[in-house]
Design a protein around this ligand. Structure first.
Ligand SMILES: Cc1cc2nc3c(=O)[nH]c(=O)nc-3n(C[C@H](O)[C@H](O)[C@H](O)COP(=O)(O)OP(=O)(O)OC[C@H]3O[C@@H](n4cnc5c(N)ncnc54)[C@H](O)[C@@H]3O)c2cc1C
Ligand code: SF4
Ligand code: SF4
Length: 477
C-alpha cells in the first residue's frame, strides 16, 4: 500500500530516461505482494460503481476480493469468464471503472486495470473456453477487431458455428496500431489461444465488398451476419501537398511501426511534424521519438492544451519523452517537390461559439510560419471504408465513424445483417456483446425457440449472474 489507504501502491514503471529510447513496455506488472496490498485498499462497496462503469460488466470487485485473499488462480478465472480479451484490456483499457471508483473521491482510485494484469500474470490464465452443445447454425462476422471477436466468442460459447472474415492477413483491427510501449504485441494471440475449443474459423485476407458481401454470405447459408469493420479510412488534413512522399496517415504509420515494413520510416535524423491533438496523434508522436533518437518531433494542434482530446497521461508522456507541442496552430500547406521540406502553419485564436454553442477557433491573418520538416504524420481521425458494400444496408454514420445498423437492435435495412463498433476496445467489445444477443434473439425467433443467455464460458452448470449490488450500466454505447 502507499503512504495511506488513500494512496495507490506504486505501479513499477520504466525510468523517464529509458522510455524514449525503446519500445519496451512503460508499465510493469505488480509483484504478488504489491497486488495484494493494492487489492486490500478496496472497500468492497455494496453498490459496485466500478462494475457499473465497465462497458462489459467485468466483475472487477470480485477479482479484487480474490487477489486480496491471495487467490490469483480464482481471480484469473473470474476475469476471463466475462472478458475474452483480458490480456489486451489489462494493458490498454481506458479503465472507465477507475473513474467511478469511490476511492477516487477520497484519494487515488484502486488500480483496477493493473490488478486485472496481476490476476492473469500470477494466476493460471492458461485456460480454454468450453462451448455449449453444437447448434450446427452458422453465423458470419465481418471484421476481426474487438467488436467482431467479442461477438464471435459470445455466439461460439452458446454453440453457434462462427466464421470471422477479415480483410487483413492478421486479426486485431485497430489494436494492431497500439504502440508496443503500451501493448508488447503477443497479448491478442494469448487471448485467442483460449478460443481453441470453440467453433470459430478465421478467414484472413477476405475483404467484404470485394470478395463477398453480407447478402452473398446469407445466400451461402449463414443465418445472420455481423458487420464490425470499424473505421479504417484515415481523414486527410485537407491541405495542398498531402500527396508528397514523407506524408503518412497516422494509422498507416503506427501499423508499419508494429508490423512493418520497417522501411516506411527507415532514415535517421528525421524532423517530424504530427498534425492532431487526440490519442492517435500522441501515439504517433511518441512512436516517432522512439523510432529515431537523432530526430525531433513536433505536434501541432489547432486549439489550446486544455482543449486537447488526448488523455493527460499521453500528453504528459510525450512531454517527458521530448515531444515539442505547438498549440493554436493549423496546417495550411505541406511544402516540397520530391519530398516534404516543410509545413506552413497559421496561428489560431478562440472564435465565437458555433450554432450549437460549441467553441470554435479562427485563423489569425498574416500569422503564417514554416516549420522545416521532412515527415508529416496526419492524425485527424478516421472514417469507415464501406466501398463495395450494398447501399441497401443504409448504415448510420452520422454520430460515429463506424457503420451501424439503424434499427433498435442495430439490424441494418437488410434482414439478418447487423452492424456496430465502439470508441475504444472495451466499448467495441460491449457492442459485440449487444450484437451477439440480438443475433441470438433473431435466429432463435426464426427457429421458434426462446433466445439464450451466455452460458458460463468455462462450462459451469449455472450461467454467470451480475455481481450482488450491481444496478445496471451507468454508461451508454
Ligand atoms: C492508434 C490507436 C490507438 C488506440 N489505442 C487504444 C487504447 O490504448 N485503448 C483503447 O481502448 N482503444 C484504443 N484505440 C481504439 C480501439 O482500438 C478501437 O476503438 C477498437 O479497435 C474498435 O474496434 P472495432 O472492432 O469496432 O473496429 P476495428 O478495431 O477497426 O476492427 C475492424 C476490423 O474490420 C476489418 N475490416 C475493415 N473493413 C473490412 C472489410 N471490408 N472486409 C473485411 N474486414 C474489414 C479491419 O481490418 C479490422 O480488423 C486506439 C485506436 C488507434 C487507431
Ligand atoms: S468502487 Fe472502488 S473501492 Fe468500491 S468496490 Fe469498486 S474498486 Fe473497490
Ligand atoms: S475492462 Fe476496462 S473498464 Fe472494465 S473493469 Fe477492466 S479496466 Fe475497468
Amino acid at each position: 500500500m502507499g503512504e495511506s489507504r488513500y494512496d495507490r501502491t506504486p505501479i513499477p514503471e520504466e525510468t523517464k530516461d529509458e522510455r524514449s529510447a525503446t519500445f519496451g513496455e512503460i508499465l510493469h506488472a505488480y509483484t504478488k505482494e504489491e497486488a495484494i496490498l493494492e487489492a486490500q485498499r478496496c472497500l468492497q462497496c455494496q453498490m459496485p460503481f466500478c462494475v457499473q462503469a465497465c462497458p462489459i460488466t467485468q466483475d472487477c470487485r470480485g477479482y479484487i476480493t480474490l487477489i486480496a485473499q491471495d487467490k490469483f488462480d480464482e481471480a484469473a478465472v473470474l476475469t476471463l469468464r466475462d472478458n475474452p480479451l483480458s490480456s489486451v484490456l489489462c494493458k490498454t483499457c481506458y479503465h472507465y471503472c477507475e473513474e467511478d471508483c469511490v476511492m477516487g473521491g477520497k484519494g487515488v482510485p484502486i488500480a483496477i486495470r493493473h490488478l486485472k494484469r496481476a490476476a492473469l500474470e500470477h494466476g493460471n490464465s492458461n485456460l480454454l473456453y468450453v462451448p455449449s452443445a453444437p447448434r450446427q447454425e452458422r453465423i458470419a462476422v465481418i471484421g476481426g477487431g474487438p467488436a467482431g471477436l467479442m461477438a464471435a466468442w459470445e455466439l461460439a460459447v452458446r454453440g453457434y458455428s462462427i466464421t470471422v472474415f477479415e480483410e487483413q492477413p492478421f486479426l486485431g483491427g485497430q489494436v494492431d496500431t497500439i504502440p508496443k510501449y503500451h501493448l508488447a504485441g503477443d497479448e491478442l494471440d494469448t487471448d485467442l489461444a483460449r478460443f481453441k475449443s470453440l467453433d470459430v474459423t478465421f478467414r484472413l485476407g477476405a475483404k467484404a465488398g470485394t470478395d463477398y458481401t453480407p447478402e452473398t454470405l446469407l445466400k451461402d447459408g449463414y443465418l445472420a451476419v455481423y458487420v464490425a469493420i470499424g473505421a479504417s479510412d484515415p481523414h486527410a488534413a485537407g491541405v495542398p501537398g498531402e500527396h508528397l512522399p514523407g506524408v503518412f496517415p497516422a494509422i498507416q504509420f503506427l501499423l508499419a511501426v508494429n508490423k512493418g515494413p520497417e522501411s516506411l520510416f527507415g532514415r535517421k535524423g528525421r524532423k517530424v511534424v504530427v498534425i492532431g491533438g487526440g490519442d492517435v496523434a500522441m501515439d504517433a508522436a511518441r512512436s516517432a521519438v522512439r523510432m529515431d533518437a537523432t530526430g525531433d518531433v513536433t505536434v501541432i494542434y489547432r486549439k489550446t492544451k486544455a482543449d486537447m482530446p488526448a488523455d493527460d497521461e499521453e500528453v504528459g508522456g510525450g512531454e517527458i519523452e521530448g515531444v515539442r507541442f505547438l498549440f493554436e496552430r493549423a496546417p495550411v500547406q505541406i511544402l516540397g517537390t520530391a519530398q516534404v521540406t516543410g509545413l506552413v502553419v497559421q496561428a489560431m485564436r478562440a472564435g465565437p461559439p458555433d450554432g450549437q454553442g460549441r467553441p470554435t477557433s479562427v485563423p489569425v491573418p498574416g500569422s503564417e510560419e514554416t516549420i522545416p520538416c521532412d515527415t508529416v504524420i496526419v492524425a485527424v481521425g478516421e472514417r469507415a471504408d464501406i466501398a463495395g458494400l450494398p447501399t441497401e444496408l443504409n448504415f448510420s454514420l452520422s454520430s460515429h465513424p463506424w457503420p451501424q445498423g439503424t434499427k433498435e437492435d442495430w439490424m441494418t435495412d437488410i434482414d439478418g445483417v447487423f452492424a456496430s463498433g465502439g470508441k475504444s476496445v472495451v466499448y467495441a467489445m460491449a457492442a459485440g456483446t449487444a450484437a451477439a444477443n440480438a443475433i441470438d434473439a433473431y435466429v432463435s425467433k426464426k427457429k421458434g425457440r426462446p433466445s439464450t443467455r451466455r452460458p458460463d464460458a468455462f462450462g459451469a452448470a449455472e450461467p454467470p449472474s451480475p455481481p450482488v449490488g450491481y444496478g445496471g450500466p451507468s454508461w451508454h454505447l
